[in-house]
Design a protein around this ligand. Sequence first.
Ligand code: UDP
Length: 449
Amino acid sequence: MSKGHTIPLLHLARLLLHRNTTVTIFTTPANKPFISDSLSDTDASIVELPFPQNIDGVPAGVESTDKLPSMSLFVPFANATKLMQPNFERSLETLPNVICIISDGFLGWTQQSAADFGIPRLVFYGWNNYSQTICRSILANSLLSGPELDDEPIVVTDFPWIKLTRSDFDEPFNSREPKGPHLDFIIEQAIATSKSYGQVMNSFYELEALYVEYWNRTWEPKVWCIGPFCLAESAKSDLQHHRKPTWLQWLDKQLAQGSSVLYVAFGSQAEISSQQLREIVVGLEASKVNFFWVTRKSESELDDGFEERVKERGLVVREWVDQRAILGHKSVRGFLSHCGWNSVLESVCAKVPILAWPMMAEQHLNAQMVVEEMKVGLRVETSNGLVKGFVKSEGLERMVRELMEGETGKEARKKVKELGEAAEKAVEEGGSSWHTLNQLIDELQALRS
Ligand code: UDP
């Protein structure tokens, strides 16, 4: 559905291939090149399914949610994928010995196919146990039907220490009248998930043991923590020294000069106002830190002349980059991030602390987890103190400096190193994720025989 779901699923494919299973990926024509390129060194097969045409409001050729002109088209887009079911099933018929279907949580219709074929389905949502547990509790206990104000505290059932307000939630969870197509869609997917065999979680037990235990004790279907998936593959640019991209050469130069770099990226789907962009530009410039900013915004949208003014210490990049190669670069000392779950995990695995600036979806919960639970980062300050408030340049400058040079930044750096090492242990032979994946494969094979 988007790069944020595709990339971890491709890493998961690698994890499965490492265990001698056969992997077949189903995708659409527009998404296939990225997938074939990512898995070009593997034996994974790829099956192309035609993507439904003429979806109201969706331009022809758009086959992933991060290319939608507006997120308001998400539900019609996701619903249209149901039209792919007959072709999916025709292809499935031709595959021998399928022990499992792993599919995106937003492709709930695959549950029906799995049931019809008598194949267990595992669901992948691209988030973590912490956020899933909170959202489930919110829905099950109607926790958001009460508070009227955005900053009114919400007490999450069984987790009174988690400090959240209504503004930590996004559509459809935060609507005062919880109904409408978006919520209906989420509930439809949740029902399909509840009929599935289980969920594969891109996380590791030690990171959120409490929430994994709670979920598996309280709700269904079972969660299998088998990540971080990104550790199944080393960053591509590390392997391709003969054609180092210019941005990697720039990072090398920073390292050679003994400079440390702040990596800045807000994900593929966030909508940032021009006023807010302006504050980021001013804040980064005033902070005097060296920075590497990946953005889709043009120079005139940021501020004409900004890139020239900061050229000695700042690089703005507008192409697709290998984020893991950036985070893994020795010059990178901090990550100003929107807290998409992949970005958080990739930062932890690279042992880089985070300055959390969540924008949408479950990113606010991830940010809370980063700061309060994992303690691997700090949060940007908003001018009105509200989670979704405006961030002024002075506050940004202060927090950037704190992350890069301050005492709390130092503590977060120490903690992220510990967690990064724990992540490596989890996926190594004998680690928690390694064991859980073995158990899962054994169970699935036993079901088939
Ligand atoms: N990513 C990347 N290069 C880019 C932009 C993004 O490699 O130029 C990857 C990033 O490493 C992560 C994914 O795209 O694996 C984005 O997922 P995340 O959950 O962090 O954010 P989303 O974009 O889904 O909000």
